[in-house]
Design a protein around this ligand. Sequence first.
Ligand code: SAH
Ligand code: DHB
Ligand code: MG
Length: 222
Amino acid sequence: MQTLWTEIDNYYAGLFLPEDAVLNAAVADSRAAGLPEIAVAPNQGKLLCLLAKIKGARRILEIGTLGGYSTIWMARALPEDGKLIALELDPSCAAVAQKNIARAGLAEKVEIRVGPALETLAALQAEGAEPFDLIFIDADKENNPGYFERALALSKGGTLIIADNVVRQGAVLDKDSADSAVQGLRRMNDMAAAEPRIEATAIQTVGVKGLDGLGLFLVMPD
Ligand code: SAH
Ligand code: DHB
Ligand code: MG
């Protein structure tokens, strides 16, 4: 099926995703720097961009930035005075991302904070950061429960929290998995299901990146 999924992604990319020199360069430089090829697919990046536009997002938080590919897609949706805070553990990823973001003309809207996201999230909360309109969780999945809790604390009614990789080729089904990433994912899902402030769904995705999925968590007003 992978060949078919890829052909279909390519068909739609040909229609709806014009050649994009800035994103191509971000992918090429990320590859050249040896970063793993685990950024969201182009049509998923565009989905993040459209969701940010639909929300009229002015403040976006990204947890897990890698080379800044998804960051660029989301930051493009921001208005002139909008801001995206991007959290990344690895300083060498952050350096690649910073260059890619600058080339995209988005350096003034994007601030990368380097460090373990559980710590940078706690710092954001401690400094009384304004709530975010859109939060994209896409870092180490074992920490998803902590990220989800912090994301909720940095939300307001109407905030959309999106989690990447909620299917993992079906691994999510294994409740006894020895993989801490699967355990973290399932624990986050249980938290979301039990949280009265959240209306949630999850969508399986196939395409150039195989079988995976996106979790969508909408925060209700208090
Ligand atoms: N969102 C990116 C892909 C992110 S890949 C995109 O779609 O383009 C996951 C990223 O999370 C990696 O860059 C990894 O270094 C980072 N990461 C892993 N553990 C982390 C942690 N504890 N805190 C912050 N970032 C972390
Ligand atoms: C992995 C991480 C991701 O964020 C992703 O989109 C795909 C794969 C990984 O760690 O393998
Ligand atoms: Mg991901």
